[in-house]
Design a protein around this ligand. Structure first.
Ligand code: ZN
Ligand code: ZN
Length: 533
């Protein structure tokens, strides 16, 4: 009976799933180098001047106190933007958490879907509750009735619920992180350079330089724009840099690609980073800002990171983004593709049909190889040779090898939660058209695991920062000295391999004279470069 109920509700779910297509914001989980990413794909391009001038970047979190200063005279303003007091250039003021308030709570709900009819949502909720035995609620957030499962306190815990829902047929299930704000928050104490307490204020406090061209400082780094200091969910200080989008991008480019690349590659990166910024606006809204300053969103170093060459690339492409139809494309990039970029669906599943595999070399090259690389023999030949590619000179990552003794491999896997004992065999699953593995099965003396997805495979084999890509083959050797069995991984590329190959883009510009539009059209072939402001 329960099974029947589940089947009926799945039918209802599939029927109403079409509703999701009309959601203006679709969240899909993406993997970047180090972390799980949520990318929001936005429809329409109505970015007002108000929005573009006030992008909020979370630069500091969880600090009991911070010191702020500016090269210009400045003002502190309260939550209603009323003047608290003025300060002189170079004076150091301290902002400090004062008193103890309640601490807020973060909940990771799992979202199977949203519906326009309450009755549908209720039926689905009841079926999931019966099948999984977890708490399920329906949130009425017009125009949607949102089904939310579980009350996980960590992302890992929530991911397990996602897997269970996917097994039930809710293949779009995703994690909806929510913050329950505390009822009473601590206040922010403002202390002047003479160590006198100026007062205690509710959050947020605004730190605004009087001159438009001034810079402001916190924690050893300089920024343009303004600071907003808030009390975070944890009861500690969060510092947000509120800044114009292009001034922000000037602090991103040197961190995301490096200033020494060819100017056309820098421009391509500027357009990609601008697209990613606008796509991700509001991603950290539960913390009071749009994007964070780490690899989770985009690495941002403020004015301290700026260089004249990267600044010029931002200015030369003002307002330009890449689009697909009437929405922003997901302008993802990676360091080195190993010669061929991957189909996004292989790495992240559905939702990115326009991120297709492309050759990272000139037409007419590599005729001695057979494509696509999902055929095992084609891939083995490819990964074991040095084909011609735009990114071939990135030698550390273009082709790489990792060797683990039996003992090392067993301990790496165990650390990641795969207790297989001594590894007897590693079976490689299906590959994508560029050779990325979709699954591997590890068979050991104490058990076996099948690991699905490029991200999880790299995590299992030592972490995404150490195990460079999902494009690899496995061989077995004997250590000549110890005679111990050695597992040898031979791989290609660095990163997820989808979208723009950064090293390839730089070489295409420097050696082959490609401009940034040709670079973007090559790596994102179905998209357009569009000026949206
Ligand atoms: Zn982030
Ligand atoms: Zn490449």
């Amino acid at each position: 009976m329960k099974q029947f109920f589940n089947k009926v509700s799945l039918l209802i779910h599939n029927f109403f799933k079409i509703n999701n297509i009309f959601l203006s914001t679709i969240c899909i989980f993406l993997t970047s180098y180090a972390t799980v990413k949520v990318v929001e794909v936005r429809k329409g391009f109505n970015f007002s001047k108000e929005v573009l001038d006030n992008i909020k970047i979370g630069i500091i979190r969880n600090k009991p106190q911070v010191v702020v200063y500016s090269n210009s005279d400045f003002e502190f303003r309260d939550k209603d933007k009323k003047l608290i007091c003025e300060g002189k250039a170079w004076d150091m003021w301290v902002l400090k958490v004062s008193g103890v308030g309640e601490v807020g709570k973060t909940i990771f709900y799992v979202a199977p879907a949203s519906y326009t009819y309450e009755a549908t949502a209720t039926v689905i909720a009841e079926s999931i509750k019966q099948t999984l035995g977890l708490p399920v609620i329906v949130l009425n957030e017009p125009p949607w009735y949102k089904v939310r499962v579980g009350e996980a306190t960590t992302r890992e815990e929530a991911q397990k619920i996602v897997d269970k829902l996917k097994a039930m047929g809710y293949d779009q299930a995703w994690i909806d992180k929510r913050t329950i704000q505390p009822k009473t928050k601590p206040k922010i104490q403002l202390i002047d350079p003479g160590k006198n307490v100026k007062g205690e204020y509710e959050d947020p406090i605004y730190f605004v330089p009087k001159s438009t061209f001034a810079y402001i400082g916190v924690a050893g780094k300089l920024y343009k724009g303004r600071f907003i200091v808030r009390i975070g969910v944890d009861g500690l200080l969060t510092v947000i840099n509120e800044i114009n989008i292009d001034e922000y991008l000037k602090g991103v480019l040197p961190k995301e690609i490096g200033a020494n690349k060819h100017e056309e590659a820098l421009k391509a990166q500027a357009v990609a980073a601008r697209t990613e910024t606008l796509s991700k606006l509001g991603r950290h809204s539960d913390e009071g800002f749009d994007l964070c300053a780490t690899v989770c969103c985009q690495v941002y170093g403020g004015l301290s990171a700026e260089t004249p060459r990267t600044n010029k690339a931002v200015e030369d492409t003002i307002g330009e983004v890449i689009t697909i139809g009437d929405r922003l494309a997901s302008a993802v990039y990676h360091a080195c593709c190993g010669g061929y970029t991957e189909d996004a669906s292989i790495v992240w599943g559905s939702g990115f049909e326009y991120l297709v595999p492309v050759a990272c070399f000139e037409q007419g090259q590599n005729t001695e190889f057979q494509f696509p690389l999902n055929k095992e023999e084609n891939f083995v030949k490819w990964v074991k040779s040095k084909p011609r590619a735009f990114c071939e000179d990135y030698t550390k990552f273009f082709r790489w090898e990792k060797r683990f003794t039996e003992t090392q491999l067993a301990s790496i896997l165990a650390q990641k939660g795969y207790n297989v004992g001594r590894v007897l065999d590693i079976k490689l699953g299906e590959r994508g058209p560029a050779g990325t593995l979709q699954s591997i099965t590890i068979i050991g003396t104490e058990g076996q695991y099948t690991i699905n997805s490029e991200y999880k495979i790299r995590e299992a084999l030592g972490g995404v920062m150490n195990f460079y890509s999902g494009k690899f083959i496995v061989e077995v050797e004997k250590d000549p000295n110890t005679k111990e069995k050695v597992w040898k991984f031979i791989g290609a590329g660095w990163g997820h391999g989808v979208g723009m190959c950064q090293y390839g883009a730089a070489t295409a510009a420097a050696k082959y004279g490609w401009d940034y539009k040709k670079i973007l059209k090559h790596y994102f072939p179905t998209t357009q470069v569009k000026k949206v402001y």
